[in-house]
Design a protein around this ligand. Structure first.
Ligand SMILES: *[C@@H]1O[C@H](CO)[C@@H](O)[C@H](O)[C@H]1NC(C)=O
Ligand SMILES: *[C@@H]1O[C@H](CO)[C@@H](O)[C@H](O)[C@H]1NC(C)=O
Ligand SMILES: *[C@@H]1O[C@H](CO)[C@@H](O)[C@H](O)[C@H]1NC(C)=O
Ligand SMILES: *[C@@H]1O[C@H](CO)[C@@H](O)[C@H](O)[C@H]1NC(C)=O
Ligand SMILES: *[C@@H]1O[C@H](CO)[C@@H](O)[C@H](O)[C@H]1NC(C)=O
Length: 540
């Protein structure tokens, strides 16, 4: 009988029904308790409120977090910000929660890595269903993940005090400030902080760097497939976006106060159910609509993005060390959403994005023709040339902005810059598999993520080769977080020195089964795009 009870108890603990409490931690807001991971190696503090958003701050910077008496039970990471995850509306408005993972047995103080999740600025959360801590924590760092507002609630931008724009970025900044103030209590070194992100998370990191607000908060940054200079990082017509999402409900106005009063009267569930994409248009933008914007400044409030990121980056040289990179098949993600109709529609339309300005249509057509020649020659754009379109998407949305930003960083800042090109194809390239491109070699947009994080959504047994890639990626990422150098010494598992880029020469680590240093992946395309952006980039 007795041993039977023990077996039941053991099973409950092992199955995680009975939580083993992690040591209590006292922060500014009060004392909290966490839980110990199933394998006993990680103290998890989940769902800590780091800021507040409620009806009085709905589209604005978040308010300070609550304080409490007694002990806050930080064991639930299931809260998400309101979103339409394509199956259902999920999340709650008071969603600004942060998760802290501490290696149980490491010597403190530890370097800290703060991850900004991706999801195209309208999806995702900081929970460990996607961002599991196991791989990174083996390397003795503290991992922090968090939610920020997304969709209309995160990025409504009306140019008025009630809805100035960039609420989601302000949440991210609040989270980084929370880390600066509180992470010591968890054993973290608050002068040794690395912020990193993938996709919209990467664009966020890059925008925060451009804003100049990270100085003193963050020492290092890793930007994976995103850039403040990408045309999709900034909404250039935010009032039209607000009008567009309300049109199906019978409204038609670009008056910011009218728009505000309509949107502010809606429940968060209705807001999350509003459209999150737009049809294809003359310019080759993405279909995303809820995006960061350029803010007006209002007395007594803090604006983050006050000019075009290109101007900000040039004007505010940062001393944050950066790893910047992209994957070799980013574009697959976008052709997977194309249909025969959207592909055929592109013939005769522009092949550049709307972040350029032209004096005349003839000039725009000339530029578009130059791009046509580069990717398609005389072939029409069709299913047959879909891979050429994929190449164009990759360059336009990711690779070119990443390289132009790298060039600016290396020219204006004293901090170290490392560039990479991720090409590895293994069993954890989850987006490539999910989108049905198994037969194509290389790495789709986002495919680097699961070599850094374990994920409950990808519970498959990990083979030896993928395990090696996980160890290599997490070793380089955490070395950078610790020493500002991803490969301080060559080892048997990482038999390479990743050399930083310099003003004369951007140098790329090609991440594949074999690692090698080489020059940028598509120099001819870069040259053409660089000229186009030099001549026509919208900066006013
Ligand atoms: C919103 O949150 C702030 C800060 O926590 C609080 O002071 C205020 O009372 C809240 N407002 C509402 C309407 O709940
Ligand atoms: C980086 O810049 C910030 C603000 O200008 C300054 O406080 C900080 O000391 C600098 N860090 C280094 C390592 O130079
Ligand atoms: C870079 O170093 C130079 C020379 O030491 C200094 O004048 C400049 O302010 C530094 N720039 C930044 C962004 O720290
Ligand atoms: C179009 O793609 C095919 C297959 O990837 C490639 O062989 C061809 O060179 C591309 N055309 C141009 C103009 O780049
Ligand atoms: C960051 O942490 C690493 C590992 O603990 C340590 O070696 C390094 O000196 C720290 N860097 C700074 C700038 O404190």
């Amino acid at each position: 009988m007795r041993s039977g009870k023990h077996v039941v108890l053991f099973t409950l603990v092992a199955m995680n029904f009975i939580e083993q409490p992690a040591p209590e931690v006292t922060i500014e807001q009060g004392t909290l308790s966490g839980r110990i991971s199933e394998d006993g190696l990680i103290f998890e503090y989940l769902g800590i409120p780091y800021a507040t958003t409620n009806e009085s701050a709905r589209f604005k910077a978040p308010l300070p977090p609550p304080t409490w008496k007694g002990i806050f039970k930080a064991t639930d990471d299931s809260t998400a910000c309101p979103q339409n995850n394509l199956i259902a509306i999920r999340g709650v408005e008071d969603c600004l929660k942060i998760n802290v993972y501490v290696p149980a047995f490491a010597t403190k103080p530890l370097p800290v890595m703060v991850f900004i999740h991706g999801g195209a600025f309208f999806l995702g959360d900081g929970g460990k269903i996607f961002q599991g801590p196991k791989f990174l924590l083996k390397q003795d760092v503290i991992l922090v993940t968090f939610n920020y507002r997304i969709g209309v609630l995160g990025f409504l931008c009306l140019g008025i005090e009630e809805a100035p724009g960039n609420a989601g970025l302000k949440d991210q900044l609040a989270a980084l400030r929370w880390v600066k103030r509180n992470i010591k209590a968890f054993g973290g070194d608050n002068d040794n902080v690395t912020v990193f992100g993938v996709s919209a998370g990467a664009a966020s990191v890059s925008l925060l760097i451009a804003s100049g607000k990270l100085d003193g908060l963050v020492q290092k940054a890793i930007i994976q497939s995103g850039s403040a200079l990408a045309h999709w990082a900034i909404s250039r017509k935010p009032l039209s976006v607000a009008n567009y999402v309300l049109k199906p409900l019978g409204y038609d106005t670009e008056d910011p106060y009218e728009l505000y009063s309509i949107l502010n009267s809606m429940t968060y569930k209705r807001l999350a159910a509003l459209p999150y994409d737009k049809p294809v248009e003359q310019y080759l933008d993405t279909q995303l609509i809820h995006l960061p914007c350029i803010e007006k400044t209002f007395p007594g409030t803090e604006a983050i993005i006050t000019d075009y990121p290109y101007n900000l980056l040039k004007r505010n040289p940062s001393n944050i060390s950066v790893i910047h990179g992209t994957t070799d098949q980013e574009g697959l993600f976008f052709i997977s959403y194309d249909t025969i109709d959207t592909i055929n529609f592109r013939n005769g339309k522009y092949l550049m994005a709307s972040d350029l300005v032209f004096e005349t249509n003839e000039e725009a057509e000339k530029v578009s023709k130059e791009i046509q020649d580069l990717y398609f020659l005389e072939e029409p754009i069709s299913m047959k040339t879909a891979m050429n379109l994929s190449e164009l998407y990759k360059h336009l949305h990711f690779e070119i902005p990443s390289i132009i930003e790298s060039q600016i960083l290396v020219e204006t800042s004293n901090a170290t810059l490392y560039n990479y090109y991720f090409k590895y194809s293994g069993n954890r390239n989850y987006l490539k598999f999910a989108l049905g491109y198994n037969e194509i070699d290389g790495a789709c947009h986002g495919d680097d993520l699961l070599y850094i994080f374990d994920s409950l959504l990808w519970p498959f047994k990990i083979n030896e080769e993928d395990n090696l890639m996980i160890r290599r990626m997490t070793t380089m990422w955490t070395n950078f977080a610790k020493y500002g150098d991803p490969t301080p010494t060559a080892t048997r598992e990482l038999p390479i020195r990743w050399l930083p880029s310099n003003k004369e020469n951007l140098r790329f680590l090609y991440i594949d089964k074999n690692f090698e240093m080489a020059s940028m992946p598509s120099p001819e395309a870069y040259k053409i795009w660089k000229n186009i952006y030099q001549k026509y980039r919208k900066t006013r």
